[in-house]
Design a protein around this ligand. Structure first.
Ligand code: FES
Ligand code: MG
Length: 594
């Protein structure tokens, strides 16, 4: 008999080395191992295969997720990479989430997917795990779960879709979805034309082809050092994408060791690099929430980076990448201009080059190895530091009595820059239903100087913090040429949208002591982006009076409304934290329940 402590815990399915966990399930380690081997042999594996490092592959293919339609091909290429390098690849499923097919919002399910990912990685006997994701919430969910599981994890994204074509012009999801739908609604195009456009907006498998959340998270994952750099942008349908998959399989086999655990590789500096990239690509505001959730899973990083860190880095980081929605181009253009290698070469003076990557190389070593290629190929798509698209602070963090926990604005996406320093009276909508009923009402008391306020779309409020922050311009103002207004909410906005939009206001209005929750029509709101201020110009005593009035009203709520609902919704409402912490469940963070 081999005593339990003599098993090499890194070799899960190997009789010589032992099983990693589950050995005590029957109080008889050898019987457990005997059973496990019997069942894995039912899958057809021979003794030689079972002595190899086991590389898990998370399969997020789903008929409801066209962004992941190429996953079967990627798995085939990953397996080749694993086997050529002496590993045994074993795939398994987890939840898959698509932006358009997850109700009430995909964000509501992100934390559930992170739990599925974490627990299945921990439960099954694997030495390293390749996590295939792509669509907006899947990559954040997998990074959150992978870091918590702290098994060596290698993210592999599905890659961006190709742009489509309409009457000679390139179009692509989803910036052009919005522009063209607005044109159709305004009577500028007929039903045949909008139908033809619908055919071309998402012409291949893969993720949205602009700098939306999926592309942003792909660039961030590469910046963290967990994925090959060209893996951020190689098109979903390209041979390069398959070669990246094969390379990921190879990297996984050599990542089977303690130093390759994500909590070992990732440091505060890795995340600072990721935030620098977020600012330089004009990335999605959603990535701020996701990054906070991801880094708060890491016991060594949680608490060392806050919302204000994004702002400090923004002040010294110019916007360099000319992609929609901040610019004009598509992810394929970014890829052809050199992608993340070119961008990181350009950003080199702003980066922590000692940050480690999954291959064991430092970022500096990775970049040194690529200097010979003379990136970037196009200074139009990836600008030099001396000629940025926007000088700095693409994403800004605001504070004030209206947002003691912070708020976020993508200043580079403002259409009317005067609004970045604006004071005006509030026009308040209590929730999305109220907004839908009244926004186009002829009698709505609103002027171009009004500040549009939408409540109840925070993490708890809706639930799931929907992307409803892009409050439409009231029709009667739109009709006279008003294109932008100052708009405030506790929700999110699609990474593919633009305007002077303040998002993620915290604490959210659904919380009883939220100042944002007591804003009334006519209250004066002051926003000054340069000075980072978001202020409600109402005396403190009046704010306190309204909050205590609200508390009394709340005491009469039903059990359901008090957050004692059953099921996942109940768990979500009781456990989700605020946007500045990542809208994660408090019990999943490194710090544990609040
Ligand atoms: Fe999947 Fe846009 S819908 S990335
Ligand atoms: Mg999106």
């Amino acid at each position: 008999h081999v005593p339990l402590e003599d098993y090499d815990l890194s070799q899960p399915l190997n009789t010589k080395a032992g099983l990693r966990q589950g050995l005590t399930a029957y109080g008889d380690a050898h019987f457990s191992l005997f059973l496990r081997k019997a069942f894995i042999k039912a899958a057809g594996y021979g003794e030689d295969a079972l002595t190899r490092p086991v590389i898990g592959i998370i399969n997020t293919h789903s008929g409801f997720n066209p962004c992941h339609a190429n996953v079967p091909q990627l798995i085939e290429a990953v397996k080749r990479g694993v086997q050529l390098n002496g590993g045994l690849p074993i795939e398994f499923p987890t939840i898959s989430l698509h932006e358009s097919f997850a109700s009430p919002t995909s964000m509501y399910l992100r934390n559930l997917m992170s739990m599925d990912t974490e627990e299945m990685i921990k439960a099954q006997p694997l030495d390293a795990c390749i996590m295939i994701g792509g669509c907006d919430k899947t990559v954040p969910a997998q990074l959150m779960g992978g870091i918590s599981a702290n098994t060596p994890v290698l993210p592999l994204v599905t890659g961006p879709m190709m742009p489509g074509s309409h009457r000679g012009a390139r179009i692509g999801a989803c910036t052009d979805c919005r522009n063209n739908w607005a044109a159709y609604r305004a009577g500028l195009m007929d039903i045949e034309e909008i139908a033809a456009i619908n055919d071309e907006l998402a012409p291949t498998s893969g993720t949205c082809g602009v700098m939306g959340t999926a592309s942003t998270m792909a660039c961030i994952t590469a910046a963290l050092g967990l994925m090959p750099l060209r893996g951020a942008s190689a098109p979903a349908v390209s041979a390069t994408r398959l070669r990246v998959a094969e390379e990921t399989g190879k990297n996984a086999v050599s990542a089977v060791s303690d130093e390759h655990r994500p909590q070992q590789i990732l440091t505060r500096e890795s995340f600072l690099n990721a935030i620098t990239v977020l600012q330089a690509i004009g990335g999605s505001t959603n990535a701020v929430v996701h990054l906070m959730a991801i880094l708060n899973r890491h016991p060594g990083v949680a608490g060392t980076i806050a919302l204000d860190t994004f702002d400090e880095i923004g002040k010294k980081t110019p916007l360099l990448v000319d992609l929609k929605p901040s610019g004009d181009n598509y992810m394929t253009d970014f890829h052809n201009a050199g992608g993340m290698i070119a961008l990181l070469q350009t950003l080199r003076p702003l980066l922590y080059l000692s940050a480690r990557s999954i291959t064991g190389q430092t970022l500096g070593e990775v970049l040194d190895a690529s200097v010979a290629h003379d990136f970037p190929y196009s200074h139009e798509i990836i600008r030099p530091l001396s000629n940025p698209l926007y000088p700095c602070s693409s994403i800004v963090v605001l504070r004030g009595n209206l947002a003691p926990g912070g708020a976020v604005i993508k200043a580079s996406a403002s259409k009317d820059r005067r609004l970045l320093n604006h004071t005006g009276p509030a026009v308040v909508f209590s929730d999305t239903g109220d907004l839908a009923r009244r926004i186009d009402d002829r009698d709505l008391a609103v002027t171009p100087d009004s500040v549009l306020v939408l409540k109840s779309i925070g993490p708890i409020g809706h639930p799931g913090m929907p992307e409803a922050g892009l409050i439409p311009i009231p029709r009667k103002l739109g009709a006279v040429g008003v294109q932008d207004m100052l708009r405030l909410s506790d929700g999110r906005m699609s990474g593919t949208a633009g305007g002077t939009i303040v998002l993620h206001i915290s604490p959210e209005s659904a919380l009883v002591d939220s100042v944002f929750g007591i804003v009334e029509d006519g209250d004066i709101i002051r926003c000054n982006v340069e000075n980072r201020i978001l202020q409600l110009e109402v005396p403190d005593q009046e704010i306190a009076r309204r909050i205590s009035e609200r508390k009394t009203a709340k005491e009469n709520l039903s059990r359901k409304e008090k957050g004692k609902r059953r099921g996942y919704r109940g768990l979500y409402e009781r456990s989700v934290n605020q946007a500045e912490h990542g809208a994660d469940f408090d019990f999943l963070t490194a710090a544990g329940p609040a």
